[in-house]
Design a binder for this molecule. Structure first.
Ligand SMILES: [Fe+2]
Ligand SMILES: [Fe+2]
Length: 450
């Protein structure tokens, strides 16, 4: 069976027209979504992706230039040009739901947020819009490599914010803004890469990676609650600066292995007060920042510290930041202990009757993170190492893993695809994920390993 490119484009044009004219539930829309899905699937049977490009009045599918077409094609080309879309890439595995959402958003002419953002918000991952002319740049801005660059820059800037505060100066709000803007982009466009980055375990510059991680993890949560724009950024700011009061905490206390004694704990607790002071004297910082700095060690029942603050309702941002804060602190390597496996973190965070976190936000966070999101490098109980290729819808502890290294750390010639939810004839699991592994330590790029 052949799958003429014209058919795909005709279906696309018809789908867009239907979506412009009728409500999403309308029969005609539904039918054209199905038709377009069919055309895509047929195309994607022998290629991982299909690219539809629009150059001038021409339409190009992969490398095939379509002849000057019918009026409907001309309409499509013009419509997309108006929307400044030069390229639509559809990836294998695209679902009817994604196509439907894509058409609906494409048809929504009065929407204020950019199309790419709306698509991300609706979880349309396998249809990507772009421009032909800036293809290279664009490729550069997504993916783990780009995320890594953004992340490393953010960590460096966080360090300079820290140094400014430490020297008694105001932390430069512009530096903070740049960090937040760059993170906001990844959080909306490429969450998977960002999550993979924050999962890297590094302790040499824990202070600064912690700032950036908490900001990223908090913004991702806020995005999940549909916050966007200036408020999303304010949350990012507050999260980034939550521990800034620690510039006054002596190193011996900050990095002390083991439990703090009473006096040391008293010193440690001071960082929430100092943080609020530092941020309050920086008027360009959002008002939320000192509040979150002040509140972030308070639990739902107002235990924790600062003590005796009377009755108050914790700010939503505080509750989000404290989840991100504890999660990152437990996950990261500290001088005195190894980073905990994600599983243990989940156990701790879920301890029954723990008043530490807002239960609804916590549940959302755990779902958001997935325990072992796709792309995570994991160690199995068999000592093999692999990359998570799919999540198990019901049991986040048991993903599908592509095993890349055997139990002695030797790379496998042909990787094994292991479904860790499968049991052997005795009813026992053959493999289980023990922990996630820093891809850097394996010199492994999780995304190319996928
Ligand atoms: Fe803190
Ligand atoms: Fe913290």
């Amino acid at each position: 069976m052949s799958h003429p490119p014209d058919e795909l484009v005709r279906r696309l044009a018809a789908g867009l027209r239907a979506a412009e004219l009728y409500a999403p539930q309308h029969q005609l829309v539904q039918r054209s979504v199905q038709a377009l899905a069919g055309a895509c699937t047929a195309f994607l049977a022998d290629a991982p992706a299909v690219v539809v490009g629009f150059i001038g009045d021409d339409v190009v599918v992969n490398d095939t230039r379509l002849g000057k077409g019918s009026a409907s094609l001309t309409g499509l080309v013009r419509g997309l040009r108006d929307r400044e879309i030069e390229k639509i890439t559809v990836h294998r595995g695209v679902t009817a739901a994604e196509i439907q959402a894509f058409l609906a958003e494409l048809a929504a002419k009065r929407a204020r947020t950019p199309l790419a953002e709306r698509l991300a918000a609706r979880d349309v991952r396998r249809i990507v819009i772009g421009k032909l002319s800036i293809e290279e740049v664009e490729q550069d801005q997504v993916g783990i490599e780009a995320a890594k660059r953004v992340y490393n820059t953010a960590v460096q800037s966080a360090e300079s914010l820290w140094e400014q505060a430490k020297a008694g100066d105001k932390p430069d709000p512009n530096t903070a803004r740049r960090i937040i803007d760059s993170l906001a982009n990844i959080v909306t466009q490429d969450r998977t890469s960002l999550m993979a980055l924050t999962a890297l375990k590094k302790y040499d510059n824990y202070t600064f990676t912690h700032m950036v991680n908490v900001a990223a993890l908090s913004m991702a949560q806020a995005r999940g609650l549909n916050l966007e724009g200036p408020l999303l950024r304010e949350f990012g700011f507050a999260a980034l600066m939550h521990d800034i009061g620690k510039v006054n905490t002596p190193k011996e206390v900050l990095n002390k292995p083991g439990k703090l004694n009473e006096e040391e704990f008293r010193i440690m607790k001071q960082h929430v007060i100092d943080g609020a002071h530092i941020l309050r004297r920086t008027p360009e910082m959002p008002a939320l920042a000192p509040i979150v700095a002040f509140e972030h060690h308070l639990k739902q029942d107002l235990s924790g510290y600062p003590e005796n603050i009377g009755h108050r309702k914790l700010n939503l941002c505080t509750m989000i930041v404290s989840i991100a804060d504890v999660f990152d602190a437990l996950r990261s390597n500290r001088p005195y202990r190894e980073g905990l496996a994600t599983v243990r973190i989940k156990t701790i965070m879920h301890e029954k009757d723990s008043p530490a976190f807002n239960p609804v936000l916590l549940r959302r966070f755990v779902n958001l993170m997935g325990l072992f999101p796709v792309g995570t490098i994991v160690r199995l109980n068999s000592e093999e190492v692999g990359v998570v290729t799919a999540e198990h819808p019901e049991d986040p502890f048991r993903p599908q893993v592509k095993v890349l290294y055997d139990e002695r750390g030797q790379p496998l010639e042909s990787p094994i695809l292991a479904n860790t939810w499968e049991r052997d004839w005795r009813g026992e699991f053959q493999r289980a994920v023990v922990e996630s592994v820093d891809p850097d330590s394996m010199e492994l790029d999780p995304l190319t390993a996928l």
